[in-house]
Design a protein around this ligand. Structure first.
Ligand SMILES: [Zn+2]
Length: 384
């Protein structure tokens, strides 16, 4: 357990106590005790700080702040049962002020949350919300954390909406919560509910990649090619880094509506767009090769070489030309096999994601980072 966060908590309690006792004559002895306790914590001796606080509690059993400081310290040390007992005993006192009671209830909620007893934590945080305006935001933030952990998205939406307008913007988060519910509805084949939830999500993030990807998915499931294409074109324009991800759906819908010739022309235009990545150009070349042949794919790639100084693109050109230039030569065949492997490895890397907040690397896209819990912080790795 790092000493500094505990010391900060303790220092805060010291400040609270100093402030509350400033007008009274009896605080001096306690303040020096707190100062000693803080010193222990800064020197990474939390056990000695706890001993000192226990001693202070025995001397002055009425001192609410001392109990609160001791409870918080026990929790930070992982001794949750003891912190729960302290906070429950405090709450049972009829003499507590409104603010002291709210502080004790908040801390009891934090104890339960740390112990994983989430239903009881939720009850405490709701009590804090009705009891204290000062502690309302911190109680709501803790509720939001629990609802996300438990994947209770409906409750998470309600809490995040109550937090809206406070310290940070919750719109993107609320959009993700709706999208989580949409995915559940699609999985349960409840497409009517999915569409209704999408309408609700639209006011929180109608240009976000996840919202657009879900609109595409919903239209594809309903086999509405024209609708899917409208959303696909919107995603291609607004979120170019997600183009590769939707290329298969784009092909299916476009070919079904307009035929292969029109599709080839559209993806050649897409390859020439400056926002298209080298990995996307290679994936487009695969489709051109399949429909128009190898020479057309090589011509496309050679044209794009002027735009990209890309190992991926050059390797793709060698992979496509390697087999055809040497008539049945064993060596040439081996080379093309090696280059094919190299290409496959690089394309795998092109599908990796990295969290911009904590550096977590994932093989698949997570909308919420498994490392740090941030929403939409995973970004597609660019391959040169
Ligand atoms: Zn992260």
């Amino acid at each position: 357990m790092a000493a500094l966060p505990i010391a900060l908590v303790f220092g805060w309690w010291l400040g609270q106590r100093w402030h509350s006792r400033r007008s009274g004559p009896s605080g001096h002895g306690h303040s020096s005790g707190y100062a000693r306790g803080l010193n222990y914590l800064l020197n990474d001796q939390p056990d000695r700080a706890i001993d000192l606080l226990v001693e202070m509690v025995e001397i002055d059993s009425e001192a609410v702040e001392t109990h609160l400081a001791l409870g918080a310290l026990f929790r930070h040390q992982g001794e949750v049962e003891r912190s729960i007992r302290i906070h429950q005993n405090l709450i049972a006192r009829p003499s507590l002020s409104r603010n002291e009671r709210a502080q004790a209830m908040l801390n009891l909620g934090l104890d339960f949350k740390q112990a994983g007893i989430n239903d009881r934590a939720v009850t405490q945080f709701h009590k804090v919300i009705t009891h204290s305006r000062e502690l309302r935001v911190i109680a709501l933030e803790n509720l939001l954390h629990i609802h996300q952990h438990e994947k209770d998205w409906q409750q998470a939406i309600e809490v995040a909406q109550r937090l809206t307008g406070k310290q940070e913007d919750y719109a993107l988060m609320i959009c993700h919560f709706h999208c989580e519910l949409v995915e559940l509805a699609i999985a349960g084949r409840d497409l009517r509910r999915a569409a209704k939830l999408m309408r609700q999500a639209s006011s929180f993030g109608e240009s976000s990649p996840r919202f657009l990807l879900l609109q595409i998915k919903l239209a594809v499931v309903k086999q509405k090619n024209r609708v899917a294409l409208r959303w696909l074109e919107k995603l291609i324009t607004l979120c170019p880094e997600y183009r590769l991800m939707v290329l298969d759906d784009f092909e299916d819908c476009y070919v079904a509506e307009f035929g292969e010739g029109a599709f080839i022309q559209r993806i050649i235009d897409l390859a020439e767009d400056t926002k298209s990545s080298a990995a996307l150009v290679c994936a487009i070349a695969d489709r051109v090769e399949r429909i128009e042949g190898c020479d057309a794919a090589i011509a496309l790639l050679l044209k794009q070489r002027s735009k990209f100084s890309s190992i991926l693109l050059n390797t793709k050109i060698i992979a496509l030309t390697g087999g055809s230039e040497s008539e049945g030569g064993l060596q040439a065949g081996s080379v093309s096999e090696v280059v094919g492997d190299l290409m496959a490895q690089m394309m795998t890397s092109a599908n990796e994601y990295r969290c911009s907040q904590c550096g977590f690397i994932a093989r698949q896209l997570h909308w919420r980072c498994p490392g740090c819990g941030d929403w939409q912080s995973l970004q597609i790795q660019e391959i040169i």
